[in-house]
Design a protein around this ligand. Structure first.
Ligand code: TRP
Length: 452
């Protein structure tokens, strides 16, 4: 007889796993940067509203599919819409997280390398820091080796299973990440000149609040909650049947938002205190912030060394919990559908993502001339997934739940068969948002991504 499928032991640990997927580089760097560029507090308000009115319904759609069927992306679509084209959505959402995982693991590798640097020699001069990042990513083997370590760590956790691996890892890591980011925030807020950074985050500037800023806020809340690629669906399939998924969804969105806000107040005050212009893009975690550590280090070297180490520990672990969720999507598929052992599945996924990741890593150096549609392999994978596959997947999930699934089934999932009274009162609003508002909003995000 097939082994019984595992479950998360409690709602809280399920939320920690889901929040582990959601909380990542998107919260630590992308969110604070976007807030500043798009009108401060005004942007935060739009972000909050879109998290509740748009992202939560999308998150719930994925959750409903996963929790209802107790299966991963492919199995779930096959059960709910057997023999239809929907199976392509099941397949798409196995492939897209694995593509993300491949290049994400390369970035994870860079953060391990920076963590080791902060532990060993530290960041001591502007010249050293300026060349460090470009030197690292363009060399052939060093980043591939760090990518290997990062992916191996994920494989180790995933192969241990849902409860002894993923649940346990997130149960300890998530509280630690919150403690670390709060400590960094306290340090940062006490720096001389920190108030300018706080102002940058919260001063409402409604003149910057145009259509583009609103679409960016929606896109950011979508990205930050890891929507559209089946990770939320897969994790939700491991939530016990008697638990309510709205509670889990609200918890996940709440923690994700809280972390993003704390990270904003941890990073921006330091950026301004060091007199550095806040820039854009994930690479800047590895460029701007080490520069800050150099400038700060002139005053209090030991304390700054400690903060730098804590900071990179935060980045590495936040990236690990997200990467593990992508890894699990593929493993769940192989274990449930292809009936192979979890260990074997972990090895197979490792082989595929390691190879694609290594090629992505080399695309900063030896393979820089190999281009797909004018992009290096790393950029191609990033653009394909962030601008296209995530939104496309999200759109199909809401269309599936809103227009294809039976309304009673959706209501039963949302309200635990009518037992969750609070949810019953909310259901019609949720259903309306899901059916009409979310698809339109996703199309808007999609177009904005393309227009740039
Ligand atoms: N939410 C992650 C972050 O904020 C990034 C992300 C986007 C992600 N899509 C994902 C993580 C899918 C896991 C799975 O950094």
């Amino acid at each position: 007889m097939a082994k019984e499928r595992e479950n998360f032991n409690s709602s809280l640990t399920a939320v920690m796993a889901l929040a582990g997927s959601a909380i990542g580089l998107g919260n630590i760097w992308r969110f604070p940067y976007m807030v500043g560029q798009n009108g401060g507090a005004a942007f935060i308000i739009i972000y909050l509203v879109s998290s509740v009115l748009l992202s939560l319904p999308i998150l719930m759609s994925e959750s409903i599919i996963g929790h209802k069927t107790g299966q991963g992306t492919f199995g779930a679509m096959d059960t709910l819409a057997p023999g239809t084209k929907w199976k392509w959505l099941g397949l798409l959402t196995i492939v897209s997280p694995l593509i993300i995982l491949s290049y994400y693991s390369v970035v994870g590798g860079w953060s391990i390398s920076f963590l080791l640097q902060s532990l060993s020699k530290g960041f001591h001069s502007a010249e050293q820091v300026s060349t460090m990042f470009s030197g690292l990513i363009s060399s052939a083997w060093t980043p591939v080796i760090f990518h290997t370590f990062f992916l191996l760590f994920c494989a180790f956790v995933v192969s241990a299973g849902i409860t002894s691996g993923i649940e346990k890892f997130n149960k300890y890591t998530m509280p630690m990440l919150f403690v670390l980011i709060v400590l960094i925030m306290v340090y940062s807020l006490n720096l001389p000149g920190a108030s300018k950074g706080v102002e940058y985050m919260i001063k409402p500037d409604f003149s910057k609040l145009n259509g583009h800023a609103i679409a960016s806020a929606m896109g950011q809340s979508f990205f930050s909650l890891s929507l559209g690629v089946g990770t939320i669906l897969t994790y939700s399939s491991y939530i016990r049947k008697d638990k309510n998924i709205l509670t889990a969804g609200l918890g996940t969105a709440g923690f994700d938002l809280l972390f993003a806000l704390i990270a904003g107040f941890a990073i921006m005050p330091a950026v301004f205190a060091a007199g550095i212009e806040p820039g854009a893009g994930p690479g800047l975690i590895f460029e701007t912030l080490p520069h800050i550590f150099v400038r700060m280090g002139e005053g209090a070297p030991v304390l700054v060394r400690i903060v730098a180490v804590l900071f990179f520990v935060t980045i590495v672990f936040a990236a690990l919990t997200s990467a593990i969720s992508m890894y699990e999507v593929g493993v769940t598929y192989l274990v449930d559908e292809k009936k192979i052992s979890r260990r074997k599945a972990t090895v197979l996924i490792f082989a595929g993502t390691w190879t694609l990741g290594a090629l992505c890593s080399l695309s900063f150096g030896p393979l820089a001339d190999f281009k797909i549609l004018g992009q290096t392999l790393f950029n191609f994978c990033d653009l394909l997934t962030s601008n296209f596959l995530m939104t496309f997947g999200g759109l199909l999930f809401v269309i599936f739940v809103g227009w294809k699934m039976d309304k009673t089934t959706v209501r039963d999932e949302f309200t635990n068969g009518g037992r969750a009274k609070f949810n019953c009162a909310l259901f019609d609003t949720f259903y309306f948002l899901l059916k009409y508002i979310a698809p339109v909003a996703i199309v808007v995000i999609f177009i904005t991504n393309f227009v740039g």
